[in-house]
Write a protein of this length. Structure first.
Length: 341
């Protein structure tokens, strides 16, 4: 809001030798518009977030220590379960259902996914989806909230510690959000988020071990709340950072998104990111199904079997093959039919 909590960043090297090659991602962004007064971009740090993320990461190290040395085994099982539950709320809920509309879900499943996504505290569904749709529409430009051209730190966590680039807000307005505005589950979550989120993400996960198996309250807090939350954030953020940097590009070699097995394994099947950027409407968010790290696909398949999920959209093997042949880097594992893999 004011200049008090903001820092205008301009490095020495940029002032003295603006013609010199910009080194950091930020310097590149700034150099692009340095002669257009209306479009110059100053980095404004949001210190509240910096402090919160510092706290979370420092005490996550302590939480990991406690998980190995002091926590009861029930607490570790509980922590893992909450982590999985919350993550699927993000992957199957915010991402594949609400953002990409890759399948439809009946009301009970939408309520369940909304609760799961609230535990994950990655902003309410509406805000999460708006940022992610903008990411897909304007990937790797100033309008991308986590523009990976600005380097690993920025697209991993840094973007959550600074004011957004004006282009995110201006161009972001071109993204249609009316479908979410007419989903009562999403509207209700947005309205009640400041109460439901702290309860579901921090209070309840820490209370359960204390109440049910007499866990030490501080152990419970650091392991089941702080550590669980921070690990899950980092797993998610790897999709924005690592999966835009290191891996193969079998479907489109001209975009930054890659196929990354490590990210897919940590991210419940969300690391097949080259495929996902090319075919964002596929409910699998990958060419292959649940047996290649894609637990999220397994979850949606299960609910499709009991009728709560329906109209699952996917892409034909023939279309994938043709696209890979036309724009891929040649690394698609095989052109054999899926059954043979
Ligand atoms: C978090 C999100 O971590 C992570 C998302 C990751 C996505 C990954 C996707 C990959 C697939 C899924 C993989 C899952 C794997 C899971 C495995 C797990 C093991 N368009 O934002 P504000 C406008 S969150 C259009 O305040 P500032 C709008 O008018 C972590 N317009 O901007 C808005 O007003 P309103 C926890 C937009 O002031 C206004 O601008 N959360 C857009 O620059 C102001 O918006 C935090 O840490 C847009 N895209 O502040 C909170 N954006 O909302 C962090 C904005 O009223 N956030 N507008 O309509 C903040 O504090 C701030 O947003 C800020 C920027 C400081 C970063
Ligand atoms: Zn996506
Ligand atoms: Zn991406």
């Amino acid at each position: 809001e004011t200049t008090q909590d903001s820092v205008v960043y301009q490095s020495k090297s940029q002032k003295s030798a603006s013609a010199a090659r910009p080194r950091s991602g930020l310097q590149k962004v700034q150099a692009e518009h340095k002669d257009e007064p209306g479009k110059q971009y100053n980095l404004k740090i949001r210190w509240r977030n910096v402090i919160a993320f510092l706290y979370l990461h420092v005490f996550t190290l302590y939480g990991i220590y406690l998980a190995f040395t002091a926590a009861k085994y029930q607490t570790n099982i509980w922590t893992t379960a909450v982590l999985i539950f919350a993550s699927i709320g993000v992957t199957a809920g915010a991402h594949r259902l609400w953002c990409h509309r890759s399948y439809k879900a009946k009301l009970p499943l939408r309520i369940l996914l909304c609760i799961m996504q609230t535990i994950a505290f990655q902003n309410h569904i509406y805000e999460w989806v708006r940022d992610h749709r903008v990411h897909h529409k304007f990937t790797d430009t100033d309008a991308d909230p986590h523009n990976s051209k600005r380097g690993f730190f920025f697209c991993h966590i840094g973007w959550l510690m600074v004011r957004k680039h004006p282009d995110v807000k201006i161009k972001g307005k071109t993204v249609d959000m009316s479908d979410l505005e007419s989903d009562p589950v999403v509207v209700w979550q947005r309205r009640t988020y400041l109460v439901t989120m702290p309860l579901l993400c921090f209070v309840l996960p820490a209370l359960v071990p204390v109440y049910f198996w007499n866990e030490d309250p501080w152990v419970s807090w650091y392991v089941a709340s702080v550590m669980r939350y921070t690990l899950q954030l980092n797993g998610t953020w790897l999709v924005n950072s690592a999966a835009h940097m290191w891996g193969y590009k079998p479907f489109d070699k001209d975009i930054s998104a890659v196929e990354n097995l490590t990210v897919a394994s940590l991210g419940f099947g969300e690391g097949w990111h080259n495929y996902h950027h090319v075919f964002p409407w596929d409910y699998k968010a990958a060419e292959l199904g649940p047996y290649r790290t894609n637990w999220t696909t397994g979850f949606i398949d299960f609910f499709s079997r009991i009728g709560w999920a329906y109209d699952l959209k996917t892409v034909s093997t023939e279309m994938i093959r043709r696209r890979a042949a036309r724009t891929g880097d040649g690394s698609r594992h095989s052109d054999a039919p899926l059954e043979d893999l």
